[in-house]
Design a protein. Sequence first.
Length: 442
Amino acid sequence: MGQLQKTLGPLMIWGLGVGYVISGAYFGWNLGLPVGGPYGMLLATALVTVLYVTFVLGYAELACALPRAGGVFVYTSRAFGPHLGVLAGVAQLIEYTLAPAGIAFAIGSYINQAHPGIPVMAGALVAYLVFTAVNMVGVKLSVSFEFVLTVIAVIELLVFGFVVLPNFSWEAFSRNPLPAGWGGAFAAIPFAMWFYLAIEGVANIAEEARDPQKDLPRGFSWTMITLVILTAITLFGAVGVGGWEPVVYPDVTDPTVTSDSPLPLAIAQIVDRESPYFLALTGIGLVGLVASFHGIIIVASRSLLELGRVHYAPKALGHINSKTHTPVNALVVNLVIGLVALASGRTTDIILLTVFGALTLYAFSTASVFALRKHAPHLERPFKTPLYPFVPAVALVLILVAMAAMIYNSPLHAAIYAGILLVAWLAFIAFVPKTRRTTFED
């Protein structure tokens, strides 16, 4: 079957953690502005930031105690048994296989902003094929490439802030601040989550960390600090230049068409679109999208790999190539799923289903912190959640509030998502014998 290579230190883990998430600063979040406005979006982002800070502390405990590629699938199976474990694993797959499709749309959109002759779908398709191939070559190459992309993307957002923040005005930021009232803040939650979505992917490369017990908590902490700073720069910088409408609608007179490239739209309020500066910033902005796209492909393949290892998915998906030490079969399946989602052409729908998967993952993993503290006190925990049980309790309450808000505001998407989980669970009962159902006991 082969083994994953232990090549990652804390700096590389930081690069992966930020890389998984950083595309959220480049697109997606702006789609929350029509429902929340800048004030509602600000409130949603503040709540989501607290949610992620508290969630990550609990998730780091689980990742260090059970450092396996399956992430929440492993933690939930150990805490609550195989039935809930498989639901957590499917939720994780939904997040990690759909998120790249949404990011691919944005990559195509950014390319189209700089070169209108290149269709959005063409750029997205090429990105899928190229970066799946890079991931197949080897983890050391793919992770080193990811680290370089992440550093460039972080620098680009700092440069973006340097350009736009001197032009910030509270008057511009406050235009039409609550288009749907304060209730719109709850509808904006899934889009605010896009600023941090997939940070938990750090846990899925635990088997490839040189010293997971020490390196994972450091990587999680450094990642979270970096993302909070970049989120503030992005939200205040983009909206505070010319209001929120110009970073949502390419043509403000046509509110039926939204954009997947808000930062170029914000920069266009300051510099001419034909200037080399605009083209340079837009081009570099692609790097942030590519960093997340490439990084989440890594995580998605590891999630499917673990399901294949325990025979919850076809055995071939648990195979690691003996030459490249990468899960080639899992990467191919993720590519196929991503291309199907890409063909739908529905970015907002993809984001909503992705966030439903993420919130389910967060709820199961946070509940697992409590369950394993009670039922597996002997489990070695090199890192323990500070201020337990207060910190994971805050995380769980905010996760449930976010889930309730999403169900209320997107009932159709909630029904579709629940249907996917139900079908997966029924397939598990029908095709996985009881003798093969695992709880990852010692």
